[in-house]
Design a protein around this ligand. Structure first.
Ligand code: FEO
Length: 389
């Protein structure tokens, strides 16, 4: 017996809440687990919108059976080919005669990764409609949100959008977006998953203005009954709007670099900038990704290790390069013992990430009172750029 709520007229949540999962892509921490949302749309003909992660096939089938027999499925819509949504496709396709609906690129992936026979694949193009009898699906190509084959599905009669990963959040808790936690969770998720594709997201947001949307049913996290709130946030995030915030990421071995970044934090906050500070060695990547979404400044603190920046700082910079945040201005601080070099390397790495580095300071051992004065001066320069925008 499964709880299979009707979340909109003849639309049923048949997905799975995964409370136990703690990491995604072997990279993204999931402190609240996640969900693989799948939806059943019941018309004269029936469509399943996305499936679930491998390992949850029987739970998905059990939920569908609360509404119809699996053999009564006529269509399986694959908005996205990543296994967390498409992994149960082979299992489901064996239990019914449904056609698989996907974009041209999605069709190729479905055949390649999930062995769906070509004759069972129905390719759709942007704007195509499918009449289910009383329910009409419209397909909108949305490349790179999150993979090149991705599309959104819009249920016209319900004014309901199924955008798969877009507008998602990683949490196993809450069927609907009633919690105040949604926006912070969605922001972390945006930073981790969507920020590298910000421009494609911005175009999708323009496109969605054509649609009346009363509900958003993403494939991770709660179903959104109040689309205005998340859409306004996505408008800001996809546009790359930043605020007068600086993110300080640092790693310290014997406390000297930590003393320097704390001095910088004081220099920035005393001039009105908002500062968020994370020790890379023990911080949640999701928190950092969330801060990168709208921080205008970044300060990297790294000691020199074996002639270069600390490996944890190198990891942070590689994430910044991969996630492509809209951060504009930066500074680098660090300490060394017998030979420097870490700060110089970090400056080059930040520049390669298209950050304008306004200054840097590398000191031997703990910072002296004069070094703290220099950090304060550098904080003055950085805060000016951050506050001016
Ligand atoms: Fe939730 Fe890109 O898969």
């Amino acid at each position: 017996m499964f709880y299979t709520p009707e979340v909109s007229d003849r639309v049923y949540f048949v997905g799975v809440k995964d409370h136990n999962r703690r990491i995604f892509d072997a990279l993204i921490p999931l402190p609240k687990g996640t969900s693989y949302n799948s939806y059943l749309v019941k018309g004269k003909r029936n469509a399943l919108i996305d499936t679930v992660n491998p390992g949850f096939e029987e739970e998905l089938v059990g939920r569908i059976k609360e509404v119809i027999e699996v053999g009564e499925l006529n269509y399986v819509v694959m908005n996205h080919a990543e296994p967390d949504h498409a992994g149960a496709i082979p299992y489901i396709m064996k239990l019914c005669d449904a056609s698989l609906i996907a974009t041209e690129k999605g069709a190729e992936m479905a055949m390649h990764y999930y062995n769906v026979p070509e004759e069972r694949v129905m390719k759709v193009k942007d704007g195509d409609r499918l009449d289910l009898g009383g329910k009409t699906l419209r397909f909108l190509e949305a490349p790179w949100l999150h993979w090149p084959e991705t599309m959104f599905t819009y249920l016209e009669e319900n004014r309901l959008l199924f955008p798969c990963d877009f507008f998602g959040s990683h949490t196993a808790y809450g069927l609907y977006d009633d919690s105040e936690e949604l926006i912070p969770l969605a922001k972390k998720y945006f930073g981790e998953i969507m920020m590298p594709f910000r421009e494609m997201g911005r175009r999708a947001m323009e496109r969605l203005r054509e649609l009346e949307i009363e509900m958003i049913a993403p494939s991770h996290g709660p179903i959104i009954r109040n689309p205005k709130r998340i859409m306004e946030a996505y408008r800001r995030w996809t546009s790359g709007e930043t605020t007068g915030k600086a993110l300080i990421l640092y790693v310290s071995m014997w406390g000297s670099t930590e003393a320097m970044v704390k001095s910088m934090a004081s220099a920035l906050t005393s001039r009105g900038a908002e500062v968020n500070i994370y020790n890379i060695a023990n911080s949640d990547l999701g928190e950092i990704a969330g801060e990168l979404v709208d921080s205008r400044g970044i300060v990297l603190g790294t000691p020199t290790v074996l002639g270069g920046m600390h490996p944890m700082a190198a990891y942070a910079v590689s994430l910044i390069r991969a996630l492509r945040p809209p951060v504009r201005y930066g500074a680098v601080l660090g300490s060394y013992n017998w030979g420097g070099g870490g700060v110089r390397q970090a400056v080059e790495a930040l520049k390669a990430a298209r950050v304008e580095v306004v200054g840097s300071l590398e000191v031997r051992g703990p910072p002296s009172p004069r070094d703290h004065e220099k950090i304060d001066e550098l904080g003055g320069l950085l805060s000016k750029r951050i506050m001016e925008g």
